[in-house]
Design a protein around this ligand. Structure first.
Ligand code: PEP
Length: 234
């Protein structure tokens, strides 16, 4: 059983989400399916799949116009929240330390954080991939938790680019994340791979060691693209 999580980013409408939920309701799968959608769609009823947000404030409440707290997300009924996505690190200045604060808020409100780590192209070319991944895990993830978390390895250079690392590179990254989590007392935490996953590569990626599922951007927007990913593995 795998975890298949979609990230709609700033795309879609409430009607499109209702259509997607209806399309997914007839899919036979043992996999856990999650859709992380814009805040305005989080109250959409969904029986077979769980909804999640894509970010949250690092503050608990107060004068932070435009921000959304973990408690507010939890009140919608959402179960998950992506934290530290590459686009939030790039455009909103999220650092490992901010990601950790956000993850702590999520955990304190019963949300399961999907914490993203991964290297940029510059870091990859400088031979720093493994160091960036390990420090991302150690610095972004609160280890003093008994509440479940999910980690997503997302090579930042590959997101939305139609590029994927080799199977050996994905295996190295996931094995390092699994070992680091185990050192931190978080062994068994699910580790998703994300970046340019589609129906044609999903099964192969999810057969790699320590890949417990996928985080899917562009290919989660249409059921014709998303369903083949969900059904590509048992
Ligand atoms: C993402 O944004 O998390 C992602 C994985 O995007 P894509 O699948 O489009 O590369």
């Amino acid at each position: 059983m795998k975890i298949i999580a979609g990230n709609w980013k700033m795309n879609g409408t409430q009607q499109q989400l209702k259509t997607m939920i209806s399309d997914l309701s007839s899919v036979e799968t043992q996999n856990t399916v999650i859709l992380c959608v814009p805040f305005t769609m989080l109250t959409t009823p969904s029986d077979k799949i769980s909804l999640g947000a894509q970010d949250l404030s690092r503050h608990t409440h107060g004068a932070f116009t435009g921000q959304i707290s973990a408690q507010m997300i939890a009140e919608t009924g959402a179960k998950y929240v992506i934290i530290g996505h590459s686009e939030c690190r790039q455009y909103n200045g999220d650092t490992n330390s901010i990601v950790r604060q956000k993850a702590t808020n999520a955990l304190n409100n019963g949300l399961i954080p999907i914490i993203c780590v991964g290297e940029t192209m510059d870091e990859k070319q400088a031979g720093k991939t493994m160091a960036v991944i390990e420090s991302g895990v150690r610095e972004s993830i609160p280890s003093d938790t008994s509440t479940p978390i999910i980690v997503a390895y997302e090579p930042r250079w590959a997101i939305g680019a139609g590029l994927t690392p080799t199977a050996a590179e994905i295996a190295d990254a996931h094995n390092l994340i699994a070992k680091t989590l185990s050192d931190m007392g978080l062994g068994g935490t699910p580790i998703l791979y994300g970046a340019s996953v589609k129906g044609s590569n999903a099964a192969e990626i999810m057969s790699i060691s320590n890949v417990d599922g996928v985080l899917v951007g562009g290919a989660s927007l249409k059921s014709d693209d998303f369903i083949p990913i969900i059904t590509s593995v048992k």
